[in-house]
Design a protein around this ligand. Structure first.
Ligand SMILES: [Mg+2]
Length: 226
């Protein structure tokens, strides 16, 4: 048993190294003065809007769900079993319009500031236009707009494939991005671990990050090493 464990942890650290080197190469591939482009997702990565959904679902339905019951990215296929369209219209928009101040922040603002300084950082969020204004208020409330300017807050329609945007590094919680980014070896995906991200395999350019801060720290370290 001990031998198996050791072999597994060696394999893990080998993968850690390969992933780190892939990130370093992204920075090294930039011309002088050119910065790596980083896309930071909002929902489930910057803002833990899911805890607000769950509270609202429990309030309206008299249930006792926890965030672990959102065990599939498509909520209609998860244990909370709410069709994605209803979920977006009744809960997602409701949360952003009425409870944005209560949405827990998932990252260390000082770490994000460092990444914003070292890279071309954009907040890239697929969302309904109506939630753009509360998103800006949220980022302002957490003093993120001190270093993320309005043009760096990019919103686009649901259903758009983010991997077609011109970014080098993505920090996201959408499991299907692993499929679209995986083959693009010059791009790197941090998939932030959430109850609905289970089952995605790590590769040289796809890392399951235990937290958003872990992803931010690895970007800072890779930039320093490049
Ligand atoms: Mg998300």
């Amino acid at each position: 048993m001990a031998g198996t464990f050791r072999r597994e942890s060696l394999q893990l650290s080998d993968l850690d190294k390969l992933q780190f080197q892939a990130l370093v190469r992204i920075f090294q591939g930039k011309a002088p003065g050119e910065k790596a482009r980083v896309a930071l997702d909002i929902d489930g990565v910057t803002a833990d809007v899911h805890t607000i959904f769950v509270d609202e679902i429990n309030r309206r339905k008299g249930t006792k769900y926890t965030i672990d019951d959102i065990n599939h990215y498509d909520t209609g296929k998860s244990r909370i079993n709410i069709p994605i369209k209803e979920f977006l219209e009744d809960y997602y928009i409701h949360a952003w319009l009425n409870h944005w101040k209560e949405i827990p922040l998932m990252l260390d603002v000082e770490k994000l500031k460092e990444v914003a300084f070292e890279t071309e950082l954009h907040c890239l969020s697929n969302r309904k236009e109506i939630t753009r204004e509360p998103l800006k208020m949220y980022l302002d409330h957490h003093r993120i707009t001190m270093f993320v300017e309005p043009h760096q807050i990019v919103t686009q329609d649901f259903g758009k494939d983010k991997s077609e945007n011109n970014y080098d590094v993505y920090i996201d919680d959408m499991p299907s991005l692993a499929t679209s980014i995986g083959p693009k070896k010059n791009k790197f995906l941090f998939l932030v671990k959430r109850p609905y991200t289970n089952g995605v395999a790590e590769t040289e350019n796809i890392r399951i990050a235990r937290s958003t801060n872990e992803a931010l720290q690895m970007i800072i370290d890779a930039k320093r090493a490049a």
